[in-house]
Structures are given as structure tokens and as C-alpha cells.
Ligand binder design. Structure first.
Ligand SMILES: [Zn+2]
Length: 388
């Protein structure tokens, strides 16, 4: 094993200190030393660098059991900005986000699906606009895109709706904007958003299932995104659950998406009533107690719950968060999902599983995509002002 150089050790300590400050509203140097098990001198040196970079500020005094009251430190939330993009809605949404995940400004464009080049031009247009705003400096771009993504290479392998195949999206954006770029699947991004900005155990496990036009899950194990060998971990929407079922956009028949997604519910209601209905209209009918509509929505929940039982059996993860359009059907839908999940999974394992609706809506994907830039590496926050 190669010995870490002085510079690497210093950077590691600095990141550890910054991570600890990130995790707390305010904290003293002594407390950082206690939590990180670094020496007080090491902590003081690291903090001096963070102060010089403007990433951290002193915000007053804490209480003490004896001796001097310690100076409290806090992250400067607006010291740097990130851009998060959500390309998996019926419109493209880009946002400027500060270091505490507060959205400062958004730009939206309706998507012209089915034309890959045009979709890419729209991404450029959103980023061009965001980079012209007053929020500076912007230090990175995180993209949550639909479909199968190779995050390490930054390639969109296949996004059917956008007609993107093997698109080197990260490279294209890095060359155009000269900023670090990460690209990941939108459900995985949403999972990171819920994990970082929701209330969850540090270094814990979490599954976030995004149920909207399509269905996908993001899996976090020990606080880290698990993407699988091919990047597609959590692609539960295209597992067949109904033999000889309806045609799916992926080419197969009877995928989970064809029975449990928002699109599936819209299609079923349209077929049964012979009228075109939007999800908003279906929701109104659902609230009004229309029996046909209620059956369509609750059946969709039932199929989803049965699939979640498979996830529980595979991962035994005890916290599952549901996000996406279908969550607008609220507790009645959630109960249907939960009931089917309890029926289909091993009783003891299902009983220990907490199922809830996420709180971040479309922002989860934006926040998660931008947070991933910082999750493993803080180096893009540093301008080199501290030293070198
Ligand atoms: Zn499919």
C-alpha cells in the first residue's frame, strides 16, 4: 500500500472537518476534534484554510461547562453554488442550489421528446440562462436524466423518451461549460436528494421508489448510492409482472410500469371510460370517490406493493420512500401499496419496513444530482486561496 503524501493527508483532514461542519448547524473546533478524532491543532489548521476560502464563518460563542466559551463555526451556505437539472419530468427543470440545498432560481422548458438533438439544445439553453444569473461562483453541474446511465463515464446509455443513445452528456457539458459534471439516473438522484435533505440516519440504508410516468428506484447502502455493475440498479419498472400483459415502451410486455405507473392509470381510465383524462382529472375523480377511478389507482398501488416485497426480500432495507406523481393519491394509495407489500413479503421483514411518501417532489432529483458532486469529493469547492 502506498503511503499517503503529506498533501493527501492534509486534504483528507480538511474534507473530514468540512463534512463535520456540513453536518451541523453550528459547531466549535473542540467539538469537531472530538467527533473526528483529529488533534486540536489539525482541526485549527483545517478551519483556518476553510475560513480563508470563505466556506466557513465564525458565528458567535457557544456555552461551556468551564473555561472560555468556544467560538462556533458555521458553513457559509452561499459561498458556492451548484446547478441541478431534472430531465425526467414532462418539462426540463434546471436550478441553482446553494451549499445547504436551497433553490435560488429555476429555469424550465417544455420538452420536445422524440428529438435527441433538440432535447440536448434545450439542456444547453437552460444552462446558458442559469450561468448568466447573479449566483456565483457556480462550481459544478449535476444532471438527473431518465433511462440507463453510466455515471462514471457520464454516458446516457439509453433514454427512450429523449431519443438519447450512448450520449456522452457529461463530456459535452464539461467541454461547453468548463465545469465538473455528473450525470445519473433520475430515480437515483431523487434517492440521494431524499437521503441528504430528508431526515434519515447518517450512513444508513434507504430505498427511494420514484413512481410517475415510469417507475425506478434508487438504492443507498451505508449512505452510498448503489448502482450495480451496469449502472441500472433499481430499474424495477421494466421487470415483467404480468405475463402477456400490455405492451411496454421498452419492447417487453407486462412490465411493472404497464400496471403501476401514473401512465398506466391514465391509460386504464381512458380505456374504461372511453374519454381522454389527465392525471389531474383522475385525481379529482379519485377524491370525489369515483369507484372506477379508485379501483384503477388502488390496483396500481397493489402491483407496486407486490414488487416492493421483492426488494424487501432481496435487500431487507427497512426504510422505503415513495416519490413521484402517484404519491398525489395520498394515504389511500399508500395503504394499498403497504397492504400488498405486507401480503407478499415475509411477515417479520415486512413488519419492520417503514413505508412513507417523500417530501421533496421534483426538487429531490435536482438536489440529489447536485449533491452527488459533493458527496465524495469537496475539492471543487476550493479555489486554492488557502495554500497549495
Ligand atoms: Zn418495460
Amino acid at each position: 500500500m502506498k503511503k499517503a503524501t503529506h498533501q493527501q493527508t492534509k486534504q483528507h483532514n480538511r474534507d473530514l472537518v468540512l463534512r463535520t461542519i456540513f453536518a451541523n448547524e453550528t459547531i466549535s473546533r473542540a467539538e469537531i476534534a472530538r467527533v473526528t478524532m483529529l488533534t486540536r491543532t489539525t482541526v485549527s489548521d483545517a478551519v483556518a484554510g476553510l475560513l480563508a476560502e470563505g466556506l466557513v464563518k465564525e458565528v458567535g460563542f457557544g456555552s461551556s461547562l468551564g473555561g472560555k466559551n468556544p467560538i462556533l463555526l458555521s458553513l457559509v451556505a452561499d459561498a458556492r453554488y451548484l446547478i441541478g437539472l431534472n430531465l425526467a419530468q414532462d418539462k426540463f427543470i434546471g436550478a441553482i442550489v446553494n451549499l445547504r440545498g436551497e433553490i435560488k432560481q429555476t429555469v424550465e422548458l417544455p420538452v420536445h421528446s422524440g428529438n435527441g438533438q433538440q432535447a440536448l439544445e434545450q439542456v444547453y439553453q437552460i444552462l446558458d440562462e442559469l450561468l448568466k444569473t447573479e449566483w456565483k461562483p457556480i462550481v459544478g453541474i449535476g444532471v438527473g436524466a431518465p433511462g440507463l446511465i453510466h455515471t462514471r463515464e457520464g454516458i446516457v446509455v439509453n433514454a427512450v423518451n429523449l431519443e438519447w443513445r450512448d450520449l456522452p452528456l457529461a463530456n459535452l457539458l464539461e467541454e461547453r461549460y468548463r465545469l465538473p459534471v455528473t450525470v445519473l439516473n433520475d430515480s437515483q438522484a431523487t434517492a440521494i436528494g431524499e437521503y441528504v435533505y430528508g431526515e434519515h440516519e447518517p450512513d444508513g440504508n434507504l430505498v427511494v421508489v420514484n413512481v410517475k410516468h415510469g417507475i425506478g428506484a434508487g438504492i443507498l447502502i451505508n449512505g452510498r448510492l448503489f448502482q450495480g455493475d451496469g449502472g441500472g440498479a433499481g430499474e424495477i419498472g421494466h421487470v415483467v409482472v404480468q405475463e402477456n400483459g400490455a405492451q411496454c415502451r421498452c419492447g417487453k410486455r407486462g412490465c411493472l410500469e404497464t400496471v403501476a405507473s401514473a401512465q398506466a392509470v391514465v391509460r386504464r381510465v381512458q380505456t374504461e371510460t372511453g374519454q381522454g383524462s389527465t392525471l389531474d382529472e383522475i385525481r379529482a375523480a379519485f377524491e370525489a370517490g369515483d369507484t372506477q377511478v379508485r379501483a384503477a389507482v388502488l390496483d396500481a398501488g397493489h402491483y407496486l406493493g407486490t414488487s416492493l416485497a421483492n426488494l424487501i426480500g432481496t435487500l431487507n432495507i427497512q426504510k422505503i420512500v415513495l416519490t413521484g406523481d402517484m404519491t398525489r393519491f395520498g394515504d389511500a394509495w399508500l395503504d394499498s401499496v403497504n397492504h400488498a407489500m405486507q401480503e407478499a413479503a415475509l411477515t417479520r421483514m415486512a413488519e419492520g419496513t417503514q413505508l412513507e411518501i417523500g417530501k421533496l417532489d421534483y426538487r429531490g432529483c435536482i438536489l440529489g444530482a447536485s449533491a452527488l458532486l459533493l458527496l465524495d469529493d469537496y475539492s471543487l469547492l476550493f479555489t486554492g486561496a488557502e495554500d497549495s
